[in-house]
Design a protein around this ligand. Structure first.
Ligand code: AMP
Ligand code: MG
Length: 328
């Protein structure tokens, strides 16, 4: 029998709902991202966004999937990591639906969901994953029953760095895609801090230095070009080391920043040098959305895992390597 899982995502500024079947078909994937008028994302405002728009997004996802609520077999939700108020709003909606529809509830680690939806799409079995988004920057690979973080940012995520820089340069939110467009006109490279520390990296020094270039009158395209080349080069270095050490033969790029074509080009070059296959998750599945949560819900449920409502408190600091991966 084919199962239908409704996945609900709401770890940060995006709220999403998607329906995925147990044979891996994405039937719908609806989402909305809060765009702050100015400044960064306030957790309370984001959680209000989720509670205001969440019910409609869920109804839309169920409708577009061509099913009705009675046909949902399980509910999956993003339990962490993320912003506390956003997680709690999302979890409350998921628990309510699970109780009302009398179907099981499955808790999903957001980062693990990004990897598994990428594996579904690419048919990769065991990739080194570069997960780059507004809130996360990690190089992950499966080892010893868990997804291990081989390297990560020691301060801000790459997407956050791009968005904050974009704001400083007078761009709309999110800055990432606009920086990509500007960088194409760049061409002149200005030196920026390249901070790789072992398998970890740091982006805050680069952000400060890039802002300084702006105050010195360096043209925006040149700043964007320099920031992209340096920050993506750092990622390539640790991705390459992870591939070389783990000897895995697949490289997966996922998360919102995976939409960047220059990063894709650089990482596919890394894969080629190591004779590994490369896949960039398609834009609709790369960012934060509900389908990835639903797919992970299916994987876990089929492996015998679900959670009782009374134990389903959220985990804002839930680490990628803090979950036994029982379905692999
Ligand atoms: P997520 O957190 O996964 O929803 O992804 C959102 C992040 O992806 C934001 O920081 C965006 O700036 C970033 N992003 C989206 N498109 C691009 C792009 N083309 N280049 C760089 N960053 C991007
Ligand atoms: Mg994400």
């Amino acid at each position: 029998m084919t199962l239908h899982c409704l996945g609900i995502e709401g770890t940060a500024h995006s709220f999403g709902a998607g329906v995925v079947t147990s044979d891996g078909k994405v039937l719908s994937n609806e989402w909305d991202m809060l765009k702050p008028d100015q400044g960064g994302i306030h957790p309370r405002e984001a959680s209000r966004h989720h509670s205001e728009l969440g019910p409609d997004i869920i109804r839309e996802a169920v409708q577009k999937a061509g099913i009705d609520f009675q046909e949902i077999d399980l509910i999956a939700f993003s339990r962490g990591p993320g912003l506390g108020p956003c997680l709690r709003t999302t979890a409350t909606i998921a628990r309510t639906l699970s109780l009302k529809l009398e179907v099981p509830l499955v808790d999903v680690n957001h980062c693990v969901a990004h990897i598994e939806i990428g594996c579904l799409e690419s048919t990769f079995n065991d990739p080194v994953t570069v997960y780059v988004s507004g809130g996360n920057t990690q190089i992950i690979a499966f080892a010893g029953g868990r997804f291990r973080t081989f390297g990560e940012t020691l301060d801000i995520a790459i997407g956050n760095m791009l968005d904050v820089l974009g704001r400083e340069l007078g761009m709309d939110f999110p800055g990432g895609p606009i920086i990509e467009r500007e960088a194409k006109k760049g061409g002149v490279y200005h030196s920026l801090p390249y901070s790789v520390k072992g398998m970890d990296l740091s982006y805050s020094g680069m952000l400060t230095a890039a802002k300084r270039l702006y105050s010195e009158g360096v043209p925006i395209p040149e700043i964007c070009y320099s920031v992209q080349e340096t920050s993506f080069g750092m990622l390539a270095e640790i991705a390459e080391r992870a591939i070389a050490h783990t000897k895995k033969s697949e490289l997966l790029l996922t998360g919102g920043v995976a939409r960047n074509n220059r990063l894709t080009e650089i990482l596919s070059g890394v894969a080629e040098r190591h004779e590994a296959e490369f896949h960039r998750v398609s834009p609709s599945l790369a960012g934060d959305q509900g389908a990835m949560i639903a797919w992970n819900g299916i994987l876990q449920y089929n492996a015998g895992r679900q959670i009782e409502v009374q134990n389903s408190h959220v985990l804002p600091k839930w680490r990628t390597d803090d979950q036994d991966i029982i379905w692999r």
